[in-house]
Design a protein. Structure first.
Length: 448
């Protein structure tokens, strides 16, 4: 018999940890190779972790709601086959002898149990923010109340409080220093703005809500809480400006109507307007590459890849943004297949963590819901987002060599929200106008 570790898998760029949301197997259960053992969650995507080998689940090293770093062991599986055959990690230094693995398993479990016992008075979640066992343990040992934890500005992912943040807070507590953690060295510009506010008064509290006897209270699910936190953070960090342009998309409307039957027959896909919009946005990004950037303190990170996020509404009512990586490398057929694939998997909760990572610019189609325009919130750490409105028939002046006349045209609004820290009105306005120009110049005789 041998024992192997089930490892928390790598789940995409910048994803360093995941939360265990449900164990699908219990200790003592038999597991087949590639059978799902547990469900995990990052900020927006739920995934299942399959077993790299067949065997028996010997020990669960973490419980539900625990956060585990990528690469750390989360369970021990006892198997009759060697670990090397399946690519699984050995559970102890000896790769073949199970008895030598027992102390290692017991030690890991003892550490996890001890951390959980030491932090039982500190909640895992408070005000929509998760606190790791390490942070909770330090807080308990140092007498840091939950209200104090909530006031610490976290430098981790999604504003999470790290070990460095809480230790810095403890060191400065009582000295008159701000409660917020020091800004990272790469972002000195953020410090002056944050310190006066923290020193002057506590963070503003939401207005009290009156609840009537007949009112229904619906608790936000985990994804909705994450979305709420992300939207508030985006508005707090980025001064939003929105520019609007109306585009004549008559050629696009007529072309799609003409080819959609043939497209479905040849490609087995339904062609929508979204890939056509993305094609125009990609062309405009090539013309104005400073839209495809992120802000890191006083540094502007110019992105080499053009990765387009497409906001998608889920059946639950929540929102998710799958990403078309290297969208500039795809033709219209490729974009259509990618858009349809991501949209279908989003609706069926089948997206993988990599599918929502690395976006550099986002488009959201508010026209799907009959809205003529919108003022979208920037999807951080990007600096711009475009909303495409509904397409409607309108009377318009048409210029011809013989003179002007009134005709019926298909028109839509484009709304471009951008981060005024790095995108001024000239660049933001020229970009959305260039997208409209590409849409209006669409060739009605093109192939697909």
């Amino acid at each position: 018999m041998a024992q192997v570790e089930l490892i928390m898998p790598k789940m995409g760029e910048s994803v360093a940890e995941a939360t265990i949301i449900k164990w699908l197997k219990e200790e003592g259960d038999t597991i087949d190779m590639e059978e799902s053992v547990l469900e995990i969650a990052t900020d927006k995507v739920d995934s299942e972790v399959p077993s790299p080998t067949e065997g028996v689940l010997l020990k669960k090293l973490f419980g539900e709601d625990d956060v585990v770093k990528v690469g750390d062991p989360i369970a021990i599986i006892e198997t009759e086959s060697g670990a090397s055959e399946n690519g699984a990690a050995p559970a102890a230094e000896s790769k073949t002898e199970a008895p030598k693995s027992e102390p290692a398993v017991a030690e890991v479990q003892q550490m996890v149990t001890a951390a959980q016992e030491q932090t039982e008075d500190i909640p895992r979640n408070s005000n929509g923010r998760f606190y790791s066992p390490l942070v909770r343990n330090i807080a308990k040992e140092e007498g840091v109340a939950v209200s104090e934890l909530d006031s610490i500005e976290g430098s981790g992912a999604e504003g999470r409080v790290t070990k460095k943040d809480i230790l810095s807070y403890i060191e400065n507590r009582g000295s008159g220093a701000p409660a917020s953690a020091p800004a990272p060295s790469a972002a000195p510009a953020a410090k002056p703005a944050a310190q006066p506010q923290a020193a002057a008064k506590p963070a503003p509290q939401a207005a009290p809500v009156s609840i009537g006897a007949d009112d229904e209270i619906i608790e936000m699910d985990r994804m909705r809480r994450k979305i709420a936190d992300h939207m508030v953070m985006s508005k707090a960090n980025s001064p939003h400006v929105t520019s609007f342009v109306e585009a004549d998309v008559t050629n696009i409307w007529n072309w799609r109507k003409k080819v959609k039957g043939e497209f479905m027959k040849r490609e087995g896909e339904n062609i929508t307007f979204t890939p056509i919009f993305i094609e125009a946005i990609v062309k405009a990004i090539k013309d104005f590459p400073m839209i495809n950037v992120s802000v890191d303190g006083n540094n502007i990170i110019k992105k080499k890849h053009i990765n387009i996020g497409m906001a998608a509404a889920l059946p639950s009512g929540n929102l998710i943004v799958p990403v078309i990586h290297d969208a500039d490398q795809l033709n219209l057929v490729g974009l259509t297949k990618k858009v349809n694939d991501l949209a279908n998997r989003a609706r069926n909760n089948q997206l993988k963590p990599d599918d929502i990572q690395g976006g550099t610019y986002t488009v959201t189609n508010v026209g799907t819901f009959g809205n003529v325009l919108g003022t979208p919130i920037i999807n951080q750490p990007q600096v711009a987002i475009m909303a495409t409105g509904s397409i409607n028939k309108k009377p318009a002046v048409i210029e011809t060599p013989e003179g002007d006349f009134i005709g019926i045209r298909y028109k839509m609004f484009l709304s471009h929200s951008y981060d005024h820290r790095v995108v001024d009105g000239a660049l933001g306005g020229m970009f959305v106008k260039r997208v409209a120009d590409y849409l209006e110049a669409f060739d009605p005789n093109r192939d697909f």
